[in-house]
Design a protein around this ligand. Structure first.
Ligand SMILES: [Zn+2]
Length: 338
């Protein structure tokens, strides 16, 4: 049996499970081995400072910006991201980008985003993986900077920009000052999907809801408040969850204690994501494997995460219907180790 371009797998291999990748940062979007092969001869990938917590992570991230600012590197990186996604059974990837990081390299954030949009279009055509762009508000900057990000998002809404997020340190940096910027984005039909509930607890998730979030990147610390968990389920707010990232950045002490299973049991829509493969060393497939083994999620629950990812992806109805049918088909195959 085939559903469009999908053919029925013999076993429930996680690679064969169609999925969307909704929480992924451009500067660290690709498995290191894949990116290193793609950029061979174009420069040396920055080393990762293992075990250095958030500070080490941030240092490596900044070095990745310098690495990707070199001429022509956007084309290489988008191509590698699309190839990597296709190899892992990803049908849609939403890359969080910050064109303002590349203002000096490209002359303006507009020119940088134009180069990104062009690279994304080419990679989509080459690898048959749909790519969406999320423009990221830096929550540590003044509201005027957020308005500029939304101006750019609106200018490129017909060229692949589908959402507006927010990143950087949650602590002491609430989203409420950016309410008008997020409202302009959602009024124009863009998804509002900020980071929240990662370094700060339930108040941060409520803060994200107050600015119109319909997806939240992480959001896992909502688990500390039962009323909030019930609200997320009732309002169908999607959490784009990254278990390994949460462990490596100290949000939860170990994967076994990750709240993904409890959130799913409470009917909160959750997706599985890698966050920063180049730096954290995990891919989306690794995260599905971890959910299956360490978190002991059933294949039904894994399929539920995949269905949610497709449901919240900005794909056309036909593409969604095909992917959802293929997920049903995957569940009908034999267990992977039987
Ligand atoms: Zn993230």
């Amino acid at each position: 049996m085939t559903t469009g371009r999908y053919s029925a797998p013999r076993t429930r291999s996680l690679r064969a499970l169609p999925k969307a990748h909704l929480h992924l940062h451009f500067e660290a979007a690709v498995r290191r081995s894949v990116l290193s092969a793609a950029t061979h001869g174009l420069g040396e990938l920055p080393p990762v400072r293992h075990g250095a917590g958030f500070d080490g992570f941030a240092e490596t991230y900044l070095a990745m910006i310098d690495f990707l600012a070199a001429p022509g590197m956007f084309d290489v990186a988008f191509d590698a991201a699309a190839r990597d996604a296709a190899e892992e059974g990803v049908v849609y990837v939403e890359l969080a980008v910050s064109p303002h990081f590349y203002t000096s390299a490209y002359g303006s954030a507009y020119a940088a985003l134009e180069a990104m949009a062009r690279a994304a279009e080419t990679a989509t055509a080459e690898h048959e993986v749909h790519i969406g762009l999320m423009l990221t508000i830096d929550r540590t900057l003044p509201p005027a900077a957020a308005e500029e990000v939304v101006d750019l998002a609106l200018a490129f809404s017909s060229r692949g920009v589908v959402s507006v997020g927010a990143a950087n340190d949650e602590r002491d940096h609430p989203l409420s000052p950016f309410t008008s910027a997020f409202r302009r984005a959602s009024d124009a039909g863009l998804t509002v999907a900020p980071h929240a509930g990662e370094l700060v607890g339930p108040d941060s998730v409520r803060d994200a809801l107050s600015v119109g979030a319909t997806r939240i990147q992480h959001g896992v610390r909502a688990i500390e408040d039962n009323d909030l968990v019930a609200e997320l389920a009732a309002r169908d707010i999607c959490l784009d969850v990254c278990p390994t990232s949460n462990v490596l950045l100290g949000v939860v002490p170990e994967v076994e204690q990750h709240p993904l299973s409890a959130l799913l049991d409470a009917n909160v829509p959750c997706t599985l994501n890698a966050d920063d493969p180049t730096i954290l060393g995990v891919s989306i497939l690794d995260e599905y494997k971890t959910a299956r083994t360490t978190l002991a999620l059933s294949d039904e629950k894994l399929a539920q995460c995949a269905r949610t990812s497709i449901r919240f992806a900005p794909l056309d109805d036909d593409t969604k219907a095909h992917a959802l049918a293929a997920i049903d088909c995957w569940l009908g195959a034999a267990e992977e180790n039987s």
